[in-house]
Each structure stands twice: as C-alpha cells, then as structure tokens.
Write a protein of this length. Sequence first.
Length: 118
Amino acid sequence: MKYMLLIYRNERAYEEVDLSRYRDDSIQLAKDLEAAGKLFGAAPLQPTATATSVKVRDGKRIVTDGPFAETREQLGGYFIVEAGSLEEAQEIAGKIPGALLGTVEVRPILEITGLPEK
C-alpha cells in the first residue's frame, strides 16, 4: 500500500536551526528508499507565505493568500512511499529528519482505478 507522509513543522522554530543537516539526511533517506523501490516522490515545500488557497463558490473561483487554516505547525514537505503495513510506514516516518522538530502524519493513499499512475 502507498502512504503519504506529511511533514508538519513550526516554520518559526526552523529559523533557529541549521537546516543543512536535516536536508542532507532527508536526501539520503529519499535515496535509500528509492534504492529499495519504496519511494514514489518526496519534496520540501516553500514557506506558507508563498501559498495561496483556492475555492469555488457559486461557480466563481476565489483565491486567497496563505494556507487555508492558521495552525501552530505548517505543512513543510512530503514523502510518498510503498510499505507493507501501517507499522512499516510509521517506521519510515520516524526516519524523516522533520520528525525531530515537528510531526509526520502517516496517511494511507486511497487507490482509485482509472487514475493515471503518475
């Protein structure tokens, strides 16, 4: 089963940390998962200041600046992995460096017949 591992963090907390070590460790984890045939995608996200939110009401598209909800932690990146069980996905999530400063949400991906693979 595929899982999306969503990395949440407080952007302000990262201002005080040397991110190069976390980036290097994340890159190495992604390479290791790819070599094992378990990685389907991974990427960090730009800060929430660059985000916009889109909704449609009465047939009109409404675009607003920023994320949809104000939260203590913001979505900062993701991994999409293949795992044999929820426990294995949680083990992988625990290896993501972002788990040291934030939270990694593990969510199974709903596979729908007919959707393109990529």
